[in-house]
Design a protein around this ligand. Sequence first.
Ligand SMILES: C[S@@+](CC[C@H](N)C(=O)[O-])C[C@H]1O[C@@H](n2cnc3c(N)ncnc32)[C@H](O)[C@@H]1O
Length: 395
Amino acid sequence: MRKAERDAVIEHATQIKQLVHDPSSFLTELHIQQQQYYSIQWLTYFNVLSQIPLPPQAIPYDTVAAKTKVPRSTLCSVARMAMTTDFLCETPDGSLCHSDLSKSFVVDAHLRTQLKHMFNATIPVMAGLVQATERWGHTRAPNETAYNIANDTNLPFFAHLKARPELQKNFEDYMKSRAISHTGSSVEYLLDAFDWEALGRATVIDVGGSSGSTAMMLATAHPRLNVVIQDLAGPIASAQNRIVTLPEDIQCRVQAFEHDFFQPQPEKGADVYLLRTILHDWPDADAVRILKGLVDAMAPSSRLLIMDMVLPKPGSGSLTQEAALRQKDLMMIGTFNAKEREVEEWSALLEEADARLNIRSIKRPAGSELSVIEVSLQYGKAVGDTVNGEHNSTL
Ligand SMILES: C[S@@+](CC[C@H](N)C(=O)[O-])C[C@H]1O[C@@H](n2cnc3c(N)ncnc32)[C@H](O)[C@@H]1O
């Protein structure tokens, strides 16, 4: 089934369920959801999934319990709760086997990375939000967040990653896996949201480009593009390791340099400056500093592409899509005291950075969680090309 059709079915099912719920059934469902979540976490933590052979084979509970050193009865109860989400199944003779869903998390390393990231990084942050709000209230400080509570550190997120290389690697792996395999945040959507061919021979600066998934994808798809990845030392080292594995004709058009985006931008007058999932990590004051640094480097013909979420108004569209975006908004609050932004907030942010920054268009390719905001440097509003395709909005 195509993603758009699947999303539509899930949306209808969600709406129907909400129509028939009463408070009691709602409460029961909340209980069930948290137990389903913790069951899958338990199974992952004790490496149960990797002990179960791939379909059509099955394995007795006793054998899995012995191999993973967990009590058989707990394994049985936890696995059977997970099965209520179609995660794992049981044969008629009572052996444990994979469902198509649980099998995916064994055979696909990217999905496994995202599942582990959710357990180890995302959920603990959300769990720390009560304490963070209680302790720091209205703060915007980057080290007074739920992340600081969850990780028992005084360091802001990126400084903490720098101090803990294993966390830095996990985060890079997570960003890479989402860029490659997450259906809503694949880097490929960037191809559909901007006319790259029209640039001809051009230079793209991927500001905060991490280990280079976006840059490599762009350089592969468009042979006339040179792409420069800029990031902190750790991700740049990873990017450089990946660049040397590229085919020669692509490798020569991708470069990676350490650059702090709070410092003046060294690459002046580039055709495109790309900020992909960067500004949502920062409160307005910092986001403005990042933008000002780019404005100083932009030529009148330069384009700034911001690929980030544009939050919908509450209840204005699909509930399930809105929830997926709001989940990110809460993560940005919990991790950075930052946020996802609504369209008016994007306009205000750009205006605050420099009154010449004009939004030319906002496009959200079908299926993408992220929109691409195309911005140029000029006085007066651009008219005519403010389109928004299937998923675009007019400003
Ligand atoms: C959410 S990730 C986005 C990565 C990439 N643009 C993508 O879309 O996959 C944010 C990136 O910003 C980088 N970053 C954080 N602080 C930075 C700074 N001061 N200067 C440059 N890069 C920074 C991080 O290392 C990380 O790679």
